[in-house]
Design a protein around this ligand. Sequence first.
Ligand SMILES: [Zn+2]
Length: 349
Amino acid sequence: MLQHLFDGSEHSRADLARSTGLTAATVGAIVGELEARGLILEVGTRRQGSQVGKPPKMLSVRPESRNVISVDLSDPTTFRAAVVDLGGSVVASVNVENPGSANSETLSLVDKVIELAIAKATAPILGIGIGTPGVVTASGSVVEASNFGWHDVGLGIHVEDLTGHPTYVSNDANAAAIAEYSRGGHHCRNLAVVKIGSGVGAGFVLNGQPYGGEHASAGEIGHLVVADDGPRCRCGHRGCLETFVAVPSLENALAESGASAAEVRIDAAERLGVALAAIVAILDLDLIVIAGPRRLLGDDFCANASKSLRSRCLESVAESVTVRFTSLDDDVVLLGAASLVLSQELGVA
Ligand SMILES: [Zn+2]
């Protein structure tokens, strides 16, 4: 029932019975419980042309009735957290700078940004969602996040112990994919988000479900080799995707390029297209969303990546896929982490 109510429109009890297949008595009981918890309320009546009898009372979600604390660790220099309402609006946000400390000190900065956000909550907290770089297990453990020196850090359990709130952790690109699926307004069931920051990672929603792979490592595309003779990568190989498009690599190349900055961005977009062509050929996606700094990766970058992708796969495959920059901008990971909490705690996607 909440899934139907969360589509943003108003529903009568009869609408809900029709759309869920539940009996009127069951709908009435559930509505009573949701009203008692303050999650929904009656917002007036609906008059229908020739209808006889009393017009039905309409029900709607109360976005302000609960808050989600949402955390984005994808920028290793600045941790962000936000208070998000049930409608996906950011009510307040806070930042904590990370001067480059590693391991346990980084964890205490995560604690700090969460505590600052909790202090700004305006309603009972439903849960905490965290998007972090690295490989994350279903139980919220970070297997590996090299930027922070984390190995097997039980981040979810740590934050639950600290705050007493249910906590869900996802890889940042996976969180971004969930955000695009639930809040991007695309209405497509198969999409990828390529998150470009200090590294490059992809998150997937396939058949309407987040896809993490057998070892939670799906979408680790940063070290796909896209040019055999390319620059040496930190992993030891040459020409990995991240040596062209990760933000530090792209910024360095632009700083050294002088007058040929436009060509550097076109070249980076073309290399990304090589990796995207492989992804699309394997997964048959409707949409690829690029997330990261707009000044580097904005619309002409996406158009060039799309052109490169199209020149590298079958016309019939390429025709059906769109490459675009995220409409959720810098909030994409925060909103994905919030959606994770809504889906786990309320069963809405
Ligand atoms: Zn590499």
